[in-house]
Design a binder for this molecule. Structure first.
Ligand code: AMP
Ligand code: ZN
Length: 481
């Protein structure tokens, strides 16, 4: 700690010094996945950025209590309460029960997170396991005059909460043309949102609970307020999500929380810009989206994708192309080769240089100290990871530093970057894999590309990534465990 951190706050749209509610401790809430399908790489970009935020706070010595919900009930195909229930649609598509579907995709999500080296939240909370907490909050909102019954459902009344549009800059008297054509006639104001649905809306709903408002299920937004307040208390330091959450989900969360608690809820709103495909937004509901396992099938590792994401600031849109991912893969592989080179030189050099990472007191001055300073300043400045990555490369190429210093600096930087540097080691390629690479070379020479491609796939499965370059075929090897 002691380092001045600034963060851009969506509420107020300014970068401001970060001050936690309690010195040295941070309560961090991130909206988790809706588990009706695999996460796409756009969703994963958001979780990588949030992981960088958490690692940066840990790096500067904060204790971070990180809470994430899992949306396994209540999210309709439109964020604004219209359309079908996403879980029901997913279950129908796959011939599973909604419960099976939820557990399956929750596991798949956390598996993706693990392979991307995303730290596990301190608490993961499923919406379906927090129904009593949601009911209590809804009751509180009714008692305080912020919610009403209509057509069997319970709605939050935005007109009773004058600050409703403060984060998104929405004006309640302005209807977004075309955006809300399918407005629920029960709503007094089109921005009102459902807190509790009863059976009347979806007679075939599998997930339902008894409540004072009738048998039914919660709306999407209330789960985050219930879960955040249960595990973090009624005030939260930082709340994260993708930018799509600003106008509806987070605006609604903010309104219902401040209405229920009677005071400010979140101090810093952290929103991650979108990963975009060439032809526009990448989304789950449009169907055509890329998953992490699809990238792996194409010969990329999760670390390649993580590195790709590090290259853009979290508040800039990032365009996905295979070429750009390939360039990230090469850069990462170059960094790995440099590092393993330093390791080897270092082992051959002085024994005194073998500690694992660079502590603050290791260098009072000199180039290593100034790289450390430059890196720390970059990440403390609204989490400027691309600038920090620039420092990494400058350091890696600097002749004035010893291999030992470079190795230890990179290990230290990796506490934030999360590329898994500590596991990088020079790899001996097993004989059978070397033979496969040679066979593939032969096949390419005979222009038998089908065989060459099949061999490339076999090699990829074994952890060998092949790259054909003008200087010949290159490979990198990370044994599969
Ligand atoms: P969902 O599972 O749909 O609730 O989304 C999970 C997270 O991914 C949320 O924080 C979204 O805001 C975020 N998200 C959705 N699409 C993208 C995208 N294309 N790029 C970056 N983040 C996204
Ligand atoms: Zn949420």
């Amino acid at each position: 700690m002691g380092r001045r951190i600034t963060l851009f706050n969506t509420l107020g749209r300014t970068e401001m010094p970060f001050e936690p509610l309690e010195p040295g401790k941070v309560g961090l809430y991130t909206c988790g996945p809706t588990v009706y399908d695999y996460a796409h790489i756009g969703n994963l970009r958001a979780y990588i950025a949030e992981d960088l935020l958490r690692r940066m706070l840990l790096y500067f010595g904060y204790e971070v209590n990180h809470v994430m919900n899992v949306t396994d009930v209540g999210h309709l195909t439109s964020d604004a309460d219209t359309g079908e229930d996403k879980m029901t649609v997913g279950a129908r598509r796959e011939g599973k029960s909604v419960w099976e579907l939820a557990r399956f995709y929750e596991d798949a999500f956390f598996e993706d997170c693990r392979s991307l080296n995303i730290l596990e939240p301190t608490t993961v909370a499923r919406a379906t396991e927090h129904i009593p907490e949601m009911i209590e909050l809804i009751q509180r909102l009714i008692d305080r005059g912020y919610a009403y019954h209509a057509g069997g459902n319970v709605y939050f009344s935005v007109d009773n909460f004058p600050d409703y549009g403060k984060m998104a800059g929405l004006r309640l008297d302005e209807q977004q043309a075309g955006a809300r054509v399918d407005v629920d006639p029960n709503k007094r104001n089109p921005h009102d949102f459902v807190l509790w649905f009863t059976e009347s809306k979806f007679p075939d709903q599998e997930m339902k609970w008894d409540s004072p408002f009738g048998i039914g299920f919660p709306g999407w937004h209330i789960e985050c307020t219930a879960i955040a307040s249960k595990y973090l208390g009624e005030r939260v330091d930082i709340h994260c999500g993708g930018i799509d959450h600003i106008p509806v989900h987070h605006t609604n969360e903010l309104a219902q929380s401040e209405a229920a608690f009677g005071h400010k809820w979140v101090n810093y709103w952290f929103h991650v810009e979108f990963l975009i495909a060439k032809d526009g937004k990448m989304s789950k509901s449009s169907g055509g989206f890329l998953t992490l396992s699809e990238l792996e099938k194409q010969g990329f590792t999760p670390a390649d994708y993580r590195y790709f994401c590090l290259q853009a600031h979290y508040r800039s849109p990032l365009q996905f192309t295979w070429e750009a991912l390939s360039a990230a893969q090469s850069a990462l592989s170059n960094l790995k080769s440099l590092y393993t080179g330093w390791l080897q030189e270092d082992a051959a050099g002085s024994a005194g240089d073998s500690s694992d990472s660079l502590g603050d007191s290791d260098f009072a001055e000199g180039p290593a100290r100034s790289y450390l300073e430059e890196f720390d300043t970059a990440i403390a400045s609204d989490l400027n990871v691309p600038r920090a990555l620039g420092t990494v490369w400058k350091m890696a190429r600097d002749q004035a530093l010893s291999s030992g210093e470079k190795r230890r600096l990179l290990l230290r930087f990796d506490k934030v970057l999360g590329l898994g540097v500590a596991d990088w080691a020079p790899q001996e390629l097993p004989e059978d894999l070397r033979k496969l690479i040679e066979e593939r070379e032969e096949a390419r020479k005979r222009r038998d590309f089908a065989t060459a491609d099949a061999l490339r796939d076999r090699l990829a499965e074994a952890g060998v990534v092949i790259k054909d370059t003008p200087e010949g075929t290159k490979w990198s090897y990370t044994p599969r465990t």
